[in-house]
Design a protein around this ligand. Structure first.
Ligand code: SAH
Length: 366
């Protein structure tokens, strides 16, 4: 069997691994051991999985593999943020960002190669869309970074939080993303709490309904505007799921859940969405929802014409929200010097939609 035909064990949920082992005639409980070897001890080589029988290890050697995306480069920002460029098996590349803080280490994970949503202010959108990531490629980002960080001398659990805020729209790659979320939460793999895993969406309403049932992790919603005309322009998905529909879905997402809140992301674009009146409207829209607002200073990328709001405008906007009782923070921009900040992730890939073919021709293949 060639390498590419072997089953990649990365990306199989506990249940999927159990059925794979059952199909090999092996007792299901071995899935426990293998998950722990791979995710907790970082072992990719079956011969080192010493509590499995020799026969089983040989069988795995022939039929399976543990394949993690390959690290091409790691760039470090002056603020300690690190950005990985990872190569996938088909030579597409994706970016993943690690943001260390005093009390936590957050990994910003990609869900797609590129993005199809076309938000006007986002660099990922400029590159178009290539394909969905597989579960293995999503969870593989955590593994690749964890292994590298451990080699850099970080402790045992460098990644304490995950935000699905990298390239792509996670809810348009639903099945692969939810399987990856289950692996993040599974005690035998990353064992993270639902509180520490956040999925950010531009508002794919039907998938939000499903997520609430399948894997209700913390939710962040990219709102960015307080009226449909403007949001239609900034986040074209709004034409399908307008603000009222989206907010109703948010109410349902947290219904019945104690202490749950939704984070609303709001990019601060000078003269576009940053007036005091819009802050007041935002407060009104979110009243009655357990909500938190994250104001994101706009990060510039080549070819995108917007400007970031002035600091004083951002402060005023924040004060209006705070005074109406909304928990509001201005997101500290991290990793800007290495193009790792929100909306700057691009990776390298061929745009299947051919919208940006000239750009694609201009960049070197990886
Ligand atoms: N598609 C998902 C995941 C992307 S998350 C979503 O839309 O939520 C990345 C966050 O950064 C989103 O809130 C996105 O709107 C925001 N963002 C995109 N480009 C940005 C930029 N140039 N400056 C600041 N924030 C940006």
């Amino acid at each position: 069997m060639t390498l590419s035909e072997r089953q990649n064990l990365i990306g199989l949920t506990r249940i999927e691994m159990q059925s794979f082992f059952a199909s090999l005639g092996v007792r299901e409980f071995h899935a426990r051991q293998v998950l722990q070897w791979i995710y907790q001890r970082g072992i990719n080589n079956f011969s080192q999985m010493t509590d499995l029988s020799k026969t089983f290890r040989d069988q795995l050697q022939q039929l399976a593999q543990v394949s993690v995306p390959e690290t091409l480069t790691v760039r470090e920002s002056s603020d300690g943020t690190r950005k990985w460029l990872l190569r996938l098996e088909d030579d597409n590349c994706i970016e993943t960002v690690f943001i260390p803080e005093e009390d936590r280490g957050t990994l910003c994970v990609s869900a797609q190669v590129g993005c199809s949503l076309n938000c006007t202010f986002c660099a990922t959108a400029r590159q178009g869309f290539s394909r969905n990531l597989t579960t293995a490629e999503i969870i593989g980002q955590l593994l690749a970074v964890k292994n590298d960080l451990q080699a850099f001398g970080y402790g045992d659990r460098p990644i304490t939080n995950v935000v699905m805020m990298g390239m792509g729209e996670p809810l348009l790659n639903y099945d692969a993303v939810v399987a990856a979320l289950h692996l993040m939460l599974d005690d035998l793999s990353f064992g993270m709490s639902r509180r520490r895993v956040t999925l950010s969406t531009a508002g794919v309403v039907p998938a939000m309904e499903r997520l609430a049932l399948d894997c209700p992790v913390s939710l962040a919603v990219s709102l960015h505007a307080t009226n449909n005309d403007l949001r239609d322009e900034l986040v074209p998905l709004n034409r399908k799921y307008p603000i009222e529909t989206l907010l109703q879905a948010c109410h349902r997402y947290v219904a019945g859940e104690n202490k749950r809140h939704i984070t609303f992301e709001y990019v601060m674009l000078k003269g576009i969405n940053d007036s005091k009146g819009e802050a007041q409207t935002l407060a009104r829209l979110l009243s009655g929802l357990p909500a938190k607002v994250n104001l994101i200073p706009f990060n510039k990328s080549p070819g995108i014409e917007y400007e970031c709001s002035d600091q004083s405008t951002i402060d005023t906007f924040r004060e209006v929200l705070l005074s109406s009782g909304l928990m509001t923070v201005t997101r500290r921009t991290r990793g800007k010097d290495i193009e790792a900040a929100c909306g700057q992730l691009a990776g390298r890939f061929a745009d299947r939609t051919r919208r940006r073919w000239k750009f694609e021709q201009a960049i070197a293949p990886c």
